[in-house]
Every structure is written in C-alpha cells, then in structure tokens.
Write a protein that binds this ligand. Structure first.
Ligand SMILES: [Zn+2]
Ligand SMILES: [Zn+2]
Length: 788
C-alpha cells in the first residue's frame, strides 16, 4: 500500500480510471430501475463560484447514492448559453456593445466566448469528480435544443396557449428589452413624494406622486367611492397642471383612504395598477417614455430628457408655478431589472406571451403532486403562483437567443408559424414554404428571440430528446428528480411545470431537491456578478483537493444557506487524514484474510458489523429524503467514534497477537474489519469519491467483483439485533470510564490497572464473558470481573 495519500496525483488518476471505464455512463440496456436527474444548466454569464460547487455537489452526491442503491442513473448536464446574461458577459469580455455591431458578428463573438467558458465549467466539474454522463451534454443554443424549444412554442401557439399582443409590458430601458415579472427585484431608492395641485373648476385637488414626470401621461384621477371627502368629485373633470388638458375623475375601491391625499393619478404607465385601470376602463394611451429611457420629443418642457432629469425639471416648473404643495424626501421600494438594476418602466409593445393567468389552479394543484425537499419550499412556489399579475412574456428584443419561428403576412398581417419539419429556423434568414392564405407571398419575419427561460423550461424534454429521432421521453417523463436553487423556484421550477402540464398534462418530475446558498458574510449571497468570491473554485481544488471541498459541501441541512471560509475546510482535511490512517491500519491486518473461512464471530465483531448496518440503514433513509448533510453526520458518528475510537482499539491486540488471543479469534476480527472498512468506504464514496476509490484499488478490488467502488451497492439489510447494540453501548461505557479513570489519576492510557468490574444483566453476561480478553487488552487490566 502507498505510504502516503497524495491527492494531487490520486484524484487525477481516479478521474482517468472512471473515464476510461465509463463508470458513470447511462446503460440503456440495463433492466434496473431508472433514476433520472434534471440538472440546472448553469448560465454562461461569468465564472463559477463556491456557491455553485455547494449546490451542484449536493445533487451529484444523490446521483452517486442512487447508483449505489442499484438504480440505472441517468445524469446529463447542460449549459444555458444564450440570452441576456450571456450577451452581457460577451459585451464585458470583449468591450463591445451588441447594438453597435452587425447582428451576425455579435453572435459569432457570443459563440466563441461561450465555448471558452463552457470548457472551463466542464473542466471544473470534472476536477470535482462529477459522475455526469458527458455523452448526454447539451447547450441551450445547439440546433437540437433550438428545435425542441421552437417546437414547444409552436405547439403552444396552435393550442392557443401562446399569443401575441400589443399591450403594456415590463421594460428595461438599460437592456432595451421586455422582461418577465420573474426578472424583477425590489430595491430601495431615495426619491421625493410630491403633492401636486390639480384644478376642478375653481377648486384645487391635491394628488401625491413619486413620478411627476408622467404628468403628461396622466389620463384620469381615481378616488375611493367610499371616501366622503371626494364623493362629489366623481364624474367631474380635472385639469392637469402645467399641461392644462381635461381628464375624468373616476372611482375605484383600490384607492387607499389613508395613503397620500386619497386621490391618485393614473398615467400611462407608472405601475401595474395603472395598466389594470388602463385596460379595465378603456383609457387612452399617452406616450411619455421611450424604449431607451428618454422622454418623447413631443412632450412639452421635458422632451428628450432622461427620466430623472425630466423629474427634476417638472418639480422645478411645478414649484415656480405654485402648483407644488409639498415635496418630501422618502426611501421607497421600487421594481428593478435583476440583471442591471435599472428601474423598470412599463411601455406598450408588441410581444409574445404564454397564458399562465388562466390556469393558476392547475399549477397550484400540480405542486401537490410533486415531492418538495425540503417540504416548506413548496410555499414559495404557491405564493408566487397566487400572486402572478402578468402572463409570461417570452419575447426579447435581443440578439443571441433562440429565434421565434414566426412570420407575419405583409398583406393581411396573419401570423404564420414555421412548420415542424423546418425547425430549427431563423425567420430572418428564411421564408415560409407556402404563400399566405390571402395569396400574398411577402412576409415580415419576427426578429425577437426567446427569453432563456422559454428554452430552459423544457430541460426534461431536452434531456429526453422530445420529438427527435432518439426520443425517449415516454419512458423517462416524469423524470425522477429536479435539483435547483431556491431563488429560481419562481422561474425555472414554475416555468418547467407550466410547459410540462401544457405539453403532456403531467408533472415534469416526481421529486424536487432545493439547495441553499453559500453566503460570503451575514446575509450576503456570493454571486458571480458581484465578484466577492475571492477564492476561485479551481484554486481551492488545487490547494485543498476535490474531496475536501466536497466533504465541506455536505455539511448542512438541505435547503439551508451556509457560510464559506478557508478555516471551514480544516474539519474536512482532518477527516481525509483519519480515513487514510484508519484504512492503512486495517489493510495492514487484512493482507492474509481468508474470506471463505468458517468464522464464528466474537460479540465485539458482531456488534461493529451490526452498528455498520444500522448506520447504512439510517444514512439511506436520510438520503432518500435528500438530506446529504444529516446522512454524513450519521456516518461520521459511526466512523470516528464506534469504529476508530472503540472497535479498532479493542481488537488491535487480537489482530497483532493471535498467539495470545487465538487464530480463530483473529479471523473473526479480520472478517469484521473487512466488512466495516469496505462498508465505510462505500458510504463515504458518495462524498469523497477519490480517496475511497484509491483505497479500494489498493486492496479491496482483488476480492470484489467490481472494477470500481462506485459500481458496488450498499448493504441494505435491515439491522435487527438490538441486544448486540446494547452490549456494544455498554462496552463503550466501560472503556470510556476506564479511560476517564486513568486520565483523572494522571496515568498513561497504557498503564496497567488491577481490575475492571462489569455490572450486567444475564442477557448480556455471556457476551461479556466472551469478551474478557478484549477488555483486558484494551483497558490494560489484570482482571475483569463480571457481576450479574
Ligand atoms: Zn436591464
Ligand atoms: Zn395574408
């Protein structure tokens, strides 16, 4: 056996061994039950950080666990490499701005940049020993995925679930694209709350607003019908200050009686309530803000200005004209775009949507059919669905994405979707096969692309090659498990459920495993866009080993956040050393083991085997609940305490000195040691796959039928012998008491003592009698007295 464990060499060697023998390949010929995993394709938008390692590693351990339970594990991996996040990365990397380049040139740059990053990502996962079947890799921009994504859209269009509409949409003036409700974040901003005087006849009516620059967009005022102060105003007209045009005063119970002045202005568009009023009251649209965030030239006083400058200007004018009653500084929460932090506007625009609002009940019911781990994560989903206000806007006015496979007839405007056999297509570069039903043969292509979620929401279909020649979806769907972070429940989990229900009427997966975050410091999330992760994962692996990082990643309860620091790794390092030393000791006594010998197990040996089975049983139970951390703690408890602290100390002399303790007795210890050491390695194999494989290859392989420890199954016998466990616990107490006695009397642990008295009931007495020699050796006692 190697003297030392050199992780730098060993980890590479083990990874090569797995690769050469295709240890983790999905076996399509196997009759074993399939366990399929829907893994999040990481967004190619920067470098991976320790937070990714944390969550992806936890899911990877589940793949290993299921494999060792005898499942035929289907574990693909993908990259989400198009859309706004990727475009922003390319713009940053290359120092360019997409809109200043020809579209095709920009896309070329996107492809080279994403390829480079994807290679880095893959190298990192491989250096962590991920048991992914890389032959199942996909990228969300590759032709097959584009085809599946476009097909999903066309099917939804044909079913009336996808529709195009000109209506107010959430708009980012920085990225200059529509966005979905799920891409909003709230952020606290300083602004002013302005009390402004409108005129109704000769009387002044005060309204309060944070957006006075929208005055020119004001289309009516609203009061609460129950508000005694304003009842008489309902149905009259008011004049907009500065602009002096007339608008109606309407009633709506939504207007708060307490907030502001009790009168609110409805402008196109300040917020989602304005949109609702605009739609339900059939109000006119008055254009103020343009897609690039400037004020339309036609707006008096502020045309051409940016929003903030326009706001300042209007407040100044109102004050000069005695129309500003009060302007108070406040901090309030506003909706911003999560990618760039810019405050969101609402602009009318022609966009494609997927209808989600009319099926909320169905989406809520689907959540009940899915097993959520941890269970409380379901609430986040439910809350999100219950509070949805917008249909899912899937079109984006960007460049690098899956094109929307649609044309519009130039003559009659009819929507003409691409035929399935043409997919994937880019409507900008091709034309429909047939003329429009009106006879026209000229078409306007849709130039928008899909939002990335529109594609990543079909990962179960992508994984199972839905509608492709090698379609395996009928056998695989619903998939066994989806793993993901909690922050994307409202996007990825939700949209995947939507698409799956619309396409198959079924849930996309049976289980969903939700991982936590790694925090940099209290309350802060380590994010690639915030670059506060000083230590890159590849440097961490190089300096501390993949196994150490992995062991650390399995420290907490599922779904909980954790904090990372280098000091956190010391526990993992101590563990690796302990595992190596314990194995080295065990192996030095196992070289002459005869596995076919007829063995009469001694009580201590029976006990450690039973404890080992008990540990396996409990770890299996926890891992079936995706509790990687709790399972590891269970195994640690067995390994450090029962196996190392007690058992190895008890049988040491029996192993070294068969001439004193007997040859049969030594064989019994060898048998137990072999069983427990191999079982322990198998349990830890899911956490630290490299060192466990290395030790397996050093010795166990010669007696086992498998070329890799990762192809072995866990021993899932149910532990039943309660008496032997009780005996072991009592034996541990006796040894602990003796150790305590010695240290309290300043004696060395090797010091000899006169006697040890064991008080026991009849049930265990026999076992203790058979263990006298072991106790004598371990406690260095001249005599063992057993009193019943
Ligand atoms: Zn933006
Ligand atoms: Zn037509």
């Amino acid at each position: 056996m190697h003297k030392n464990y050199d992780f730098k060499q060993a980890e590479k060697e083990m990874q090569n061994l797995w690769k050469e023998n295709a240890i983790y390949s999905f076996d399509s010929n196997s009759s074993n039950e399939i366990y399929s995993i829907d893994t999040p394709p990481p967004t190619v938008s920067g470098s991976l950080h320790i937070g990714h390692i944390f969550s992806y590693t936890q899911a990877e351990m589940i793949a290993r666990f299921k494999r060792m339970q005898g499942y035929n594990v289907f574990y693909p991996f993908g990259f989400d490499d198009n859309g706004l996040p990727t475009e922003r990365l390319v713009e940053k990397d290359e120092g360019i701005i997409a809109k200043n380049l020809p579209r095709s040139e920009f896309i070329k740059k996107c492809i080279t940049t994403t390829e480079k990053h994807e290679k880095e990502f893959k190298d990192l996962w491989q250096s962590l020993g991920f048991s992914v079947d890389w032959s199942l890799q996909y990228e969300t921009i590759n032709p097959m995925v584009q085809r599946i994504s476009q097909k999903s859209f066309i099917k939804l269009y044909e079913a009336g679930k996808a529709y195009m509409k000109e209506s107010p949409v959430l708009w980012c003036t920085e990225c200059q694209t529509s966005i979905a409700q799920a891409e909003l974040e709230t952020s606290d901003k300083d602004t002013t709350f302005n009390h402004i005087r409108f005129m109704v006849g000769e009387e002044g009516l005060t309204i309060a607003t944070t957006r006075p620059e929208l005055l020119y967009g004001c289309v009516c005022l609203f009061v609460n019908p129950d508000d005694e102060r304003y009842k008489t105003y309902i149905g009259r007209n008011a004049y907009v200050p500065l602009y002096n045009y007339s608008i109606p005063i309407l009633a709506d119970k939504k207007v708060s009686l307490e907030k502001g002045s009790g009168v609110v202005m409805c402008a196109t568009f300040g917020d989602s309530t304005d949109v609702e009023w605009y739609e339900t009251n059939d109000l006119p649209y008055r254009k103020v803000i343009l897609p690039d965030g400037t004020i339309d030239e036609s707006v008096p006083f502020i045309g051409g200005l940016k929003v903030l400058a326009a706001r300042k200007q209007i407040i100044k004018l109102l004050a000069e004209n005695n129309l500003l009653i009060e302007s108070k500084n406040i901090t309030h929460a506003v909706a911003v775009h999560e990618r760039c932090g810019r405050e969101i506007e609402i602009l009318p625009s022609k966009q494609w949507y997927i209808d989600i609002l009319s099926n909320k009940e169905m989406f809520l019911k689907a959540a009940d059919k899915i097993n959520w781990y941890p269970a409380q994560m379901k609430n986040r989903y439910t809350l999100w669905v219950e509070n949805l206000k917008w249909d899912w806007c899937i079109s984006r006015q960007r460049y690098f994405g899956v094109p929307i496979p649609i044309w519009y007839c130039k003559q009659c405007g009819k929507v003409i979707p691409a035929r399935e056999e043409m997919l994937p297509i880019n409507p900008v570069e091709t034309v429909p096969n047939n003329p429009c039903s009106c006879g026209c043969n000229e078409f306007i292509p849709e130039s928008s692309v899909f939002d990335t979620w529109a594609t990543s929401s079909v990962t179960p279909q992508i994984n199972t090659k839905w509608g492709e020649e090698s379609d395996i979806s009928s056998k695989f769907l619903p998939m066994s498990m989806r793993t993901q972070a909690h922050e994307i429940i409202r996007t990825w989990a939700f949209y995947t459920i939507v698409k799956s229900l619309y396409h198959t009427g079924e849930i996309p997966w049976k289980d969903i495993m939700i991982c936590g975050f790694v925090l940099a410091k209290k309350g802060e999330k380590i994010s690639k866009s915030k670059s506060n992760s000083e230590l890159s994962p590849s440097v961490l692996i190089e300096n501390h080993s993949a196994d150490v990082i992995r062991y650390w990643a399995a420290n907490s309860r599922l779904g909980t956040d954790t904090i990372f620091s280098i000091e956190e790794l010391s526990i993992a390092k101590r563990f690796i050393t302990k595992l190596w030393n314990a194995s080295k000791f065990a192996l030095s006594h196992l070289h002459d083991i005869d596995l076919d010998a007829d063995i009469d197990l001694m009580p201590v040996d029976k006990w450690i085997i039973e404890r080992c089975k008990q540990t396996t049983f409990e770890a299996t139970r926890l891992l079936n609940q995706y509790e990687i951390g709790s399972a590891r703690h269970e195994i640690d408890e067995f390994f450090w305490k029962d196996l190392c602290d007690y058992y190895l100390e008890i049988v040491k002399e029996r192993l070294y000195q068969p001439e004193v303790h007997g040859y049969k007795e030594r064989q019994s210890a060898q048998y137990a040691l072999y069983f427990c050491m191999l079982s322990t390695l198998k349990l830890y194999a899911i956490y630290v796959p490299h060192i466990t494989e290395f030790i397996y290859q050093e010795f166990f392989i010669q007696n086992e039928s498998s070329i890799s420890i990762h192809k072995l199954y866990w021993n899932t016998e149910i532990p039943i012998n309660e008496d032997i466990i009780q005996f072991g616990e009592k034996l541990k107490t006796i040894i602990a008491e003796t150790r305590k006695y010695k240290s309290e009397h300043s004696l060395s642990m090797k010091a000899e003592i006169e006697d040890v008295t064991v008080m026991t009931d009849g049930k265990l007495a026999d076992m203790f009698k058979q263990t006298i020699k072991d106790i004598m050796a371990c406690c260095r006692a001249k005599e063992i007295k057993i009193i019943q």
